[in-house]
Design a protein around this ligand. Sequence first.
Ligand code: 8YV
Length: 319
Amino acid sequence: MTTKHRIIQVGSYAGSPTANARLAQDYDVVELWKYPDRKAALAEHGKGVDVLVTSANFGCTAEMIDALPDLKAICSWGVGYETIDIQAAQRRGVQVSNTPDVLTDCVADLAWGLMIASARRIAYGDRFVRTGGWGQVHGSIPLGSRVSGKKLGIVGLGRIGQAIARRGAGFDMDVRYHSRNKRDDVPYAYEASLVELARWADFLVVATVGGPGTRHLISREVLEALGPQGTIINIARGPVIDETALVEALQSGKLGSAALDVFEHEPKVPDALKANDNVVLLPHIGSATYETRREMENLMIENLQAYLRTGKVITPVTE
Ligand code: 8YV
């Protein structure tokens, strides 16, 4: 009987079809989430462990890295890595992998779903029908607004931002973007000022990375520049938007609508957003399709296997 290689798994992959089972089948998994005292569990089971698997959601702190003296690779499920202490990993020479590319299309599709749901009042209309509001032949929900041919601003033109932009062509939209640096390899106009981009746009989609560098990038000023007819869409990370300012801008009518897959304090969603019919809300499901979650799972496991086979992960996080 061969002994299985021991790994640490930070959390249970509830949103992935078979990740837990596949890991458990091939590895001796220390299921960290089952231990009330994680520090004690790491001290007891972490000796000799060279791989830890986690997710964008579960993260990996400097404290955990410090508690694992033999750690060499962190393989994460998800593209975002703001919850993983990359600096601490780098200091220790620990490789970190994420799962880029495989979720790009689904997240971009969802951004469009949110945009159309908001403009055409799809979620509102659904509630209206279900709750028996549709008493006449032609319903009577407030008019929506046209999507095709409008102005689309994108904040952050990485892989997901570009996939959102490409879909804009199918809707005859004029697309512009704002990001830290202007790109020379895209056919979209760059706007150096985020406030000016918001002033110009009908729909402003947030597609940046998360973390301290982008916290509250979408400020009160940006939201007010987007204005009473404007819509903010967020499929990136909640803290990129100043949520207090968002609530106030929507309540005062200084901002038209919001369509959100992510929130500042997930899973908490402010009651003021829930009560507002100009807001569409989703529970962080950008990558949540069978196909994409399966590919994320595959890529996370391929990274783990590649590290064990070759000493190198396949899709390292590069900072
Ligand atoms: C995950 C995500 O569902 O990949 C990411 O960064 O946000 C999503 O795909 C989420 O992070 C759960 O960990």
